[in-house]
Design a protein around this ligand. Structure first.
Ligand code: GDP
Length: 207
């Protein structure tokens, strides 16, 4: 899709204050480590292993920024929930995430990536608690949906939808699979709408 295609890596920062104020509108991707965030970003961007930049040594704890075609920034937040890291490092990530999602003015919307088999884990809920009071929208991708049967998918979607809607009307959710490329168009449409940009308004959106 035009919005994401040809996104390029721009900058990394250790904390939100290290990001240039002039980045423009930002859309952030967050999720537990191993939830499938890098794969989802790469699937949406469509042409490279772009988000694996964020996984290169030295960058996993950083906020990594990619520039999209519409001039907005795609912000890949550090994955959370690693089992084997010292408490000090965990606390640092939590501070970075809390500060970014609760206070970043340029942030327009959050895309929350969760493994469809384990959605809304405590750290996901914690992130939402920091973010939802801002009143900005969140769109959730339930990734690795290919690992569930059709009936499990439907059940999970209904359950997560109900839980999110009770917390916030500005929350939406869908199934997604990078492996099977399922839910890609739905995600593109939803994310474009978060920018106030319906895909049909973009003359090259269907390419
Ligand atoms: P991240 O740590 O959240 O960036 O997760 P990655 O994108 O690196 O994915 C973690 C693991 O899940 C990798 O082994 C991926 O191949 C796998 N994975 C990611 N997305 C999918 C998916 O949609 N389906 C399946 N079956 N596996 C996936």
């Amino acid at each position: 899709m035009a919005l994401f295609r040809h996104a390029t890596f721009e900058i990394s920062a250790a904390k939100p204050s290290g990001l240039p104020p002039s980045l423009g509108s930002e859309i952030a991707f967050a999720g537990r480590s191993n939830a499938g965030k890098s794969s989802a970003i790469n699937t949406l961007v469509g042409h490279t292993r772009l988000a694996f930049v964020s996984k290169t040594p030295g960058r996993t704890q950083l906020i990594n920024v990619f520039r999209m075609k519409n001039g907005a920034a795609l912000v890949d937040l550090p994955g959370y929930g690693y089992a084997d890291v010292p408490a000090r490092v965990k606390a640092h990530w939590q501070n970075v995430l809390a500060a970014y999602v609760s206070s970043r003015q340029a942030l327009k919307a959050l895309v929350l990536i969760m493994d469809a088999r384990h959605p809304l884990r405590p750290l996901d809920l914690q992130l939402l608690e920091w973010y939802l009071p801002t009143g900005k929208p969140v769109h959730c991708l339930l990734t690795k949906a290919d690992k569930l049967s059709r009936s499990e998918q439907a059940l999970t979607l209904r359950r997560v939808e109900a839980q999110l809607k009770s917390a916030n009307q500005n929350a939406s959710v869908q199934l997604f699979s990078s492996l099977k490329r399922e839910g890609v168009e739905e995600a593109e449409g939803a994310i474009a709408r978060l920018f106030g940009n319906p895909p049909s308004a973009d003359p090259v959106a269907s390419d």
